[in-house]
Write a protein that binds this ligand. Structure first.
Ligand code: FAD
Length: 418
């Protein structure tokens, strides 16, 4: 256990958000203490990254360590509905940026980030849970943490970054939680492997999202270790017709979709299939006296466009730079320079999530003749470049998506009538 009871910045959580913030602060000569409730490696879902997070991982000096692990390179995304495929290749996108990223088992990926932090000299206290926080008038704080042996300790910090993900420590402690307006959804997933080896016909370098029915989609994320993460996302009602013990239920789900069933006629599981539900969360307040929230603590919408780790790392990158300025005596406009920027990116993803579930994106993705330049603009959003205001499908996201879908419908009707 590596626990300093006095630090410049206390970081809650050693996920991608916490570790990116820790590294950027540490490089600026600011003392950091990370506290993490779990012992790593620990399981967390969120395995398909987006190119935009590479900028944050690079600034945190994590790229070499991740590269050394040989994770599966991700070059794009494929969407499939009723036999029609729609491919996005990140090299062919509107915004200038990274053309690739990785698909990662998160237990190993997050441990790599945490190990790299420790090798830089950043203290991380694992199996240490933040249970209380008091913030003084001068914005310094005292956090109460409980270590594995049941002992309580008090950590004094000048500032706190809450990167506790689904733990949502500060929103819970300070009553900042807001009900999410996303419909309740459930995911059932596992890491599975074809016992006869890899399926030669499968392109491992893309996440595949299969539309099973209009309310249900399936992710398939191949890893370099031979396993593929396969998860079903739908309304909770959908899963009622697939009852049984976790493995029994999962086998029924795999058998129910022709694309998944063809690839995994037989399979081995890396762990017992898991279920998650009601993950969407929200808060109006991304910062407060003496603290800032990063990553999933601020908002998590829906996994369809793999936005979670990108928002986690970009928010950490942005917040850490502002914390450096603050501790160097500058006045920070957290609303303008942090919350509004993050909300802009979240709002673009929210538009795409909403337009996926209402069928607008089906119209665009699975249209017969797709305009290459428009698809490149949409590709940049799917690569995580949701702050590029030169991209019309970012700047006027909803208007352009709805307008394009309408145009495609009209064109289809005209084609039918001739
Ligand atoms: P986390 O990775 O959750 O890390 C937070 C850490 O804080 C944890 O290790 C936790 O143990 C620790 N912690 C919690 N409470 C405390 C406490 N009290 N004290 C100390 N430590 C604490 N994202 C993607 O990018 N791609 C995907 O394909 C994707 N798929 C998803 C599928 C589903 C079904 C769901 C629900 C989410 C998916 N996500 C995906 C989202 C992804 O899981 C998260 O956005 C991402 O993990 C957020 O990173 P983080 O660093 O904010 O939090």
């Amino acid at each position: 256990m590596s626990l300093n009871l006095e630090t410049d910045v206390l970081i809650i959580g050693a996920g991608p958000s916490g570790t990116v913030a820790a590294s950027i602060l540490h490089q600026a000569g600011i003392s950091v203490q990370v506290v993490e409730k779990m012992l790593f490696p620990r399981f967390v879902i969120g395995e398909s990254l987006l190119p935009r997070c590479m900028d944050a991982l690079k600034e945190a000096k994590f790229i070499d360590a991740i590269e050394a692990k040989g994770f599966q390179k991700k070059l794009g995304a494929q969407f499939v509905r009723q036999g029609v495929e729609c491919d996005f290749t990140f090299e062919q996108q509107f915004t200038k940026g990274w053309g690739w990223t990785w698909q990662v088992p998160r237990s190993e990926f997050d441990k790599t980030l945490a190990d790299t932090c420790e090798s830089m000299g950043i203290p991380i206290s694992f199996e240490t849970e933040v249970t209380g926080i008091e913030i003084a008038d001068d914005e310094s704080s005292i956090a109460t943490v409980k270590t594995k042996d049941g002992q309580e300790h008090k950590i004094r910090a000048k500032f706190i970054i809450d990167g506790s993900g689904y733990g949502r420590v500060i929103p819970r402690l300070f009553n900042l939680e807001k009900e999410s307006n996303q419909a309740p959804r459930q995911a059932v997933f596992c890491h599975i492997k074809n016992p006869n080896g890899k399926n030669e016909n499968v392109d491992n370098s893309k996440i595949v999202a299969v539309v099973h029915n209009d309310d249900t989609w399936i992710w398939m994320i191949p890893f370099s270790n031979g396993f593929t993460s396969v998860g079903y996302v739908s309304s909770p009602d959908f899963f009622k017709s697939f009852e049984g013990a976790p493995l029994e239920q999962y086998k029924k789900l795999v058998a129910a979709d022709p694309i998944v069933a063809a690839q995994f006629e037989e399979f081995e599981c890396g762990f017992e299939p898991r279920t998650l539900r009601n993950w969407s969360s929200s808060t109006d307040q991304f910062f407060g006296k003496g603290f800032v929230l990063t990553g999933n603590v601020t908002e998590f919408l829906d996994p369809i466009f793999s936005s979670g780790v990108t928002l986690a790392t970009v928010s950490a990158q942005t917040a850490a730079k502002l914390v450096i300025k603050k501790l160097n005596g500058e006045n920070i406009d957290w609303k303008k320079d942090y919350q509004e920027i993050m909300e802009k990116g979240i709002s673009v993803f929210r538009t795409y999530v909403d337009r996926w579930y209402d069928g607008t994106l089906y119209k665009i993705f699975f249209a017969e003749n797709r305009d290459q330049s428009i698809m490149e603009q949409i590709c940049s959003v799917l690569a995580g470049y949701v702050w590029d205001m030169d991209n019309p499908f970012v700047a006027r996201d909803d208007k352009n998506l709805v307008g394009l879908a309408k145009y495609i419908s009209t064109r289809e009707q005209m084609d039918k009538s001739v």
